[in-house]
Design a protein around this ligand. Structure first.
Ligand SMILES: [Mg+2]
Length: 165
């Protein structure tokens, strides 16, 4: 059974504050990169990402990044951050989620996963037993392939919205 439905939803990663994470019962955070923390065509982490990560660090919440993208993209993004990172993660397979938890020394049940896609990010996070948090994707332009996937996601999001989630 593939569970696509996120446990929580936010409109932007900055909404996932230390307080919000604590309310969700999360003590650590694993993040997708593309369209979650950086637009697809943006290589490096901007000052908003850095400030947000710093606030989590201050609150004692460790963060790792996990991406299906290759090491070049991931290392460029992570260069100024120095976070534990897993490129070519193979989401939605649970392996990378669990490895990220191991790197953070955290229990999957008290680790949140933040991502923008249902079929990869949320499906894998749910399967690996993390606290799944869906964010709205950062502004376009997105590659054609991802735009297609958004169309496939739409009926699920619509149905949940109707049920008040
Ligand atoms: Mg993404």
């Amino acid at each position: 059974m593939i569970r696509l439905r996120p446990r929580y939803r936010v409109s932007h990663y900055t909404r996932l504050t230390a307080e919000a994470l604590q309310r969700m019962g999360a003590k650590a955070l694993v993040c997708d990169i593309d369209n979650t923390l950086a637009a697809h065509d943006v290589g490096t982490a901007d000052s908003t990402v850095c400030a947000w990560l710093e606030s989590l660090h201050q609150a004692g919440i460790p963060v790792a990044v996990v991406s299906n993208n290759g090491p070049q993209r991931v290392e460029l993004f992570n260069a100024s951050l120095g976070l534990p990172c897993l490129p070519k993660a193979g989401k939605p397979k649970p392996r990378a989620y669990l490895n990220a938890c191991r790197l953070l020394n955290s229990d999957p049940a008290t680790t949140a996963f933040l991502g923008d896609q249902l079929f990869t990010d949320m499906a894998g996070a749910n399967r690996a037993g993390l606290i799944s948090v869906l964010t709205e994707p950062l502004p376009f332009p997105e590659p054609f392939f991802i735009r297609l996937k958004r169309k496939a996601e739409a009926p699920f999001l619509w149905a949940w919205a109707k049920k008040g989630h």
